[in-house]
Ligand binder design. Sequence first.
Ligand SMILES: [Zn+2]
Length: 287
Amino acid sequence: MPELPEVETIRRQLAPAVEGRVLERMEVLDARWCDPAPPEEVADAVRGRRIERLSRRGKYLIWELEDEVYIAMHLRMTGNLLVVPAEEDAADRPHLRVRLVLDSGDRVLFVDVRRFGTGIVLLGEAALEEYFSSRLGVEPLSPEFTAEALRELARGRKAPVKAFLLSQERVAGVGNIYADEALFRARIHPLRPVGTLKRAQIVALRDAVVESLEAGIDAKGASIDDFRHTDGAQGSFQDRFLIHLREGEPCVRCGNTVKKMRAAGRGTYVCERCQPRPRARAVSHTR
Ligand SMILES: [Zn+2]
């Protein structure tokens, strides 16, 4: 699933094509996308509005339209946004769920094989803030994401650090890839209870999360599954993984064999020499 760097990549690619344009209409071709809101209602709310800005919160892409009308999109597993000129906008494109028609003639197409992607229209900034306040924690690339803030979030928690990082309500935008990469960089085992991290480890983890996400953005995201750029191209971060998907390979830091294990229900990659397992007592404590 696209994580923060993949959504940020899409935002950066899409912004020049859409910011300042008028959204002539949005055609919701699959009612499940905006469920429970009726597609006609959603289309009416956005029709003819200027797109002031394209922004992002966690893994959400936010279309900021004039008069504080917002479309918040989540791409989920297989969603992609493609920009195409009108003449390439075939009516029978497979898996097309939403079409946004701009006054430039360009179309932004939401194509989504597995149909898990969602969209919601929010009216007014208060509604936008309320929507995200219950769903998303601190934005990791914002100035608010300090070691002190992370320590506060982690304090007293027994959850394994990987599960903690994946929980969007604590730190927004980190998923399976970037959690593995950050924990490896910070030399922290994924099963370590987050509340037991030492101050220096919290500082290292905060920096590692930021560095991993920034490396992902630099590489224009990772295309290990369906993630594509707005022109259909792939990201390249999958070629730069330090630990993720490297099972059986030598650790890039120490040469020890990289192991695959389960953590937070996800396939997790770890070098147990660089990232020592928590002591048995600490582990049993979390179960
Ligand atoms: Zn190692």
